[in-house]
Write a protein that binds this ligand. Structure first.
Ligand code: DGY
Length: 427
């Protein structure tokens, strides 16, 4: 067995271990249900050794789509007391319980990639045809419910929607989220992972305040955006949406669905143009917009670099490559989730510094599309170096390579398979 095939075998083993048949859990213990963007990205890993299983992962996710088009961030397929907040806290009233918020809409990109590379084209067409209107309905939901003013960019109303739960980006806005009236609770995440790698108790109180507020509004998406004290336009989140709309348009062309193609292309074009309003010359990257105050947040995080995943102009892509080059002078492994030269940086704590392979993968993909192949390869090589140092962790310290959070992580393994199967990258 070569070193490469041995690594792929180990990654497949991680994925199989977390496979629950029709969905995968991110990792045993810490995350015992199906998470939205974890599933979409994990499907890419499955596609290299079991195409049917890859489609099932996305099908299961969309089987739990809400009637209004929203695709929830967690689907609670089984009872598990090891996680907080569980279904009883969300109380969304779904037959199979789900949360009431969403997550980065990477499924449109993932299904298109699955389709493009499929060896079994008949199977791929069957699944893509069924998924196309569903993914499109989700995108329509975003622009209807999370961009009520028609700006072209959507807001998230809870940090968990971004996936970057405790990013420095939310610190100032979170000051305005109260904690009064929050019912007492016991965290479970800190029993599975080192508390120093996780969000703080203070942040958890605010996460739960928002859940309680939305619950009190009956999870009615026509009310939640305006009612939320937290409305954040995250450039990375919007880049994922723009890229998925762009790819869904191509997918719709292939499947001869011109109405979906035209609408998706219009969404992608408008979002990509609007994203330029988030550009900061000072930081050489995009920034978040706090919609409640209409100000850009002065926080140079990876959200504003992930924008290269969207079909942005090549001059912006080049500038983002230069920004990553600058970051590389203050860390050993690319790409840190927050700038290591800032006082807020914490190399171990979740999204306040650590490297995440899924974000690296999307950044590398965007750089490659924009012709910045050298940096794309460097980032992918850093992913493999991290795996060699610390195994299939949830995230990694960008300076020491220490593996953090949960272990045996599904999407980390999926990204390793994806990188090794599609590129000649050496660690
Ligand atoms: C968690 O529980 O840590 C998740 O990030 C929420 O989705």
């Amino acid at each position: 067995m070569t070193e490469k095939s041995e690594l792929i075998a180990r990654a497949q083993e991680v994925m199989r271990r977390n496979d629950r048949g029709h969905y995968t859990v991110p990792t045993h213990g810490l995350y015992p249900f199906q998470w939205n963007w974890d599933s979409a990205l994990s499907a890419l890993g499955f596609s290299h050794f079991d195409e049917a299983r890859a489609w099932t992962e996305i099908d299961t996710l969309f089987a739990h789509q809400w009637e209004d088009g929203m695709v929830p961030h967690i689907i609670f397929h089984e009872q598990d007391d090891g996680y907080f907040p569980g279904p009883e806290v969300w109380a969304t009233g779904r037959e199979t319980p789900t949360t009431g918020i969403t997550q980065p809409p990477v499924a449109g990109f993932a299904m298109h990639r699955l389709f493009e590379r499929a060896k079994d084209k008949t199977l791929a067409e069957k699944h893509a045809r069924a998924l196309l209107p569903r993914v499109h309905a989700w995108h329509e939901w975003f622009f209807r419910c999370r961009d009520p003013q028609g700006t072209g960019l959507v807001a998230v109303i809870h940090p968990w929607e971004t996936g970057r739960d405790n990013s420095v980006d939310w610190d100032a806005a979170f000051e305005r989220v109260p904690t009064d009236g929050v019912q007492p609770f016991t965290r479970r995440d800190t029993q599975h992972a080192n508390p120093a790698h996780r969000p703080t108790d203070e942040q958890y109180k605010r996460y739960i305040y928002l859940v309680q507020l939305f619950r009190s509004l009956g999870w009615d998406n026509s009310k939640l955006h305006d009612a939320s004290p937290f409305q954040m336009v995250d450039p990375g989140f919007n880049a994922i949406l723009a890229r998925s709309c762009h790819d869904l348009a191509d997918q719709a062309d292939t499947l001869d669905e011109p109405a979906i193609a035209a609408r998706s292309r219009a969404f992608a074009t408008k979002a990509t143009a609007a994203m330029d309003t988030l550009w900061s010359d000072v930081h050489g990257q995009h920034l978040c917009l706090d919609r409640t105050t209409n100000t850009l947040t002065d926080s140079p995080s990876i959200g504003g670099i992930l924008t290269v995943f969207a079909p942005i102009h090549s001059t912006r892509a080049r500038a983002l490559k230069e920004r990553i080059e600058t970051l590389s002078t203050s860390c050993e492994y690319l790409v840190p989730s927050h700038d290591p030269t800032t006082p807020e940086f914490d190399g171990l704590r979740y999204w306040r510094g650590p490297v995440w392979l899924i974000v690296n993968y999307m950044i590398a993909d965007g750089l490659e599309r924009a012709g910045q192949t050298e940096m794309a390869e460097r980032i992918m090589a850093d992913c493999l170096r991290l795996i060699h140092e610390s195994g299939f962790a949830e995230y990694y310290d960008p300076i020491t390579a220490e593996g953090c959070g949960g272990g045996h992580f599904t999407w980390t393994a999926a990204m390793v398979i994806e990188i090794l199967r599609t590129h000649e990258v050496m660690a």
